[in-house]
Ligand binder design. Structure first.
Ligand SMILES: NC(=O)c1ccc[n+]([C@@H]2O[C@H](COP(=O)([O-])OP(=O)(O)OC[C@H]3O[C@@H](n4cnc5c(N)ncnc54)[C@H](OP(=O)(O)O)[C@@H]3O)[C@@H](O)[C@H]2O)c1
Length: 270
């Protein structure tokens, strides 16, 4: 007897931001379950490194350049991936992040937050990080009548963390768009879900969490003291949720959900 609930051998998966820490681990996880994977981003070097890791583990992957700020770039990526790997049936939107100039320093004036920084964070996380890829890759899925879209949102889209106001609002909008689209495409064979990670150390937040000597910063300690598991997440800990949501068998009746992976951070009330 065997269980193929999580077998993704029939799927072509695109991971936008697969050049990054979380997206890269997600791409490897999807490939481990049998999906053919396209790693998409701007960094050819990091993209090809991830492809090599997948191939060395026996999986199938390609890198394709894609800039989420450009409709033309995403459309070209979609068309090439459809040709090279087969029609895209799983889309993971992992491109995103915060900007220093959109973060309020302690004690600073919210009224002075620069508008272009706010707009930049919304452009990256909401427009490029979710809206455009859903539209562009969604066309392929609508034609086929099947697909799974997984938007990487954030804990802070649910509970707005202090200081990162633009980022939190943009991720809240990603969750909202996820719910909208799940309803819009529910009868078209496309499931649309989100994952909201808590704290996973990566390039973007390393300085926030760790001092140069590897000890925790004040903010890092604060976060850990509010995390029941008393640790940060590891990128590989997103794999199970992504594979489950990607699987047409395992998650056949699951759409419009926002799955939180945060070691319990969001469950604490003081
Ligand atoms: N790490 C965490 O604790 C955490 C927590 C909650 C949510 N998240 C979210 O998880 C996602 C991945 O974050 P991460 O920690 O893995 O950060 P990361 O390593 O910096 O990955 C972000 C990726 O976004 C891509 N990207 C940025 N601008 C892009 C553009 N214009 N076009 C295409 N790709 C672009 C980058 O790819 P290129 O450089 O190749 O363009 C990069 O690989 C983000 O949406 C982030 O907001 C992270």
């Amino acid at each position: 007897m065997s269980n193929d609930l999580f077998n993704l051998e029939n799927e072509t998966a695109v991971v936008i931001g697969g050049t990054g820490i979380l997206g890269g681990a997600i791409a490897e996880g999807l490939a481990r379950s049998g999906a053919k994977v396209a790693v998409v981003g701007r960094s050819e070097e990091r993209g090809n490194e991830r492809v090599r890791a997948i191939e060395e583990a026996g999986g199938t992957a390609i890198f394709h350049f894609g800039d989420v700020s450009s409709v033309e770039s995403l459309t070209a990526a979609r068309d090439a991936i459809n040709d090279q790997l087969g029609k895209v049936s799983v889309l993971v939107n992992s491109a995103g992040g915060n900007r220093a100039d959109a973060t309020l320093p302690p004690g600073s004036d919210f009224c002075k937050l620069p508008l272009d920084a706010w707009r930049g964070v919304f452009d990256l996380n909401l427009v490029g990080g979710a809206l455009l890829p859903c539209q562009i890759f969604g066309e392929t899925m609508l034609e086929a009548g099947r697909g799974s879209i997984i938007n990487i949102a954030s804990m802070s889209g649910i509970i707005p963390l202090s200081r990162v106001v633009a980022y939190s609002a943009a991720k809240a909008a990603v969750i909202n768009l996820t719910l909208f689209l799940s309803r819009e495409w529910a009868t078209r064979g496309i499931r649309v879900n989100a994952i909201s990670p808590g704290f996973f150390p990566g390039e973007q937040n390393r300085a926030l969490l760790f001092n140069e000597d590897g000890t925790y910063t004040e903010r890092g300690n604060q976060i850990l003291s509010h995390t029941p598991m008393e640790r940060f997440g590891e990128p590989q800990e997103l794999e199970g949720v992504v594979v489950w949501l990607a699987s047409e068998k395992a998650a056949s009746f699951v759409t419009g959900q926002n799955i939180v992976v945060d070691g319990g951070f969001g469950s604490i009330t003081i």
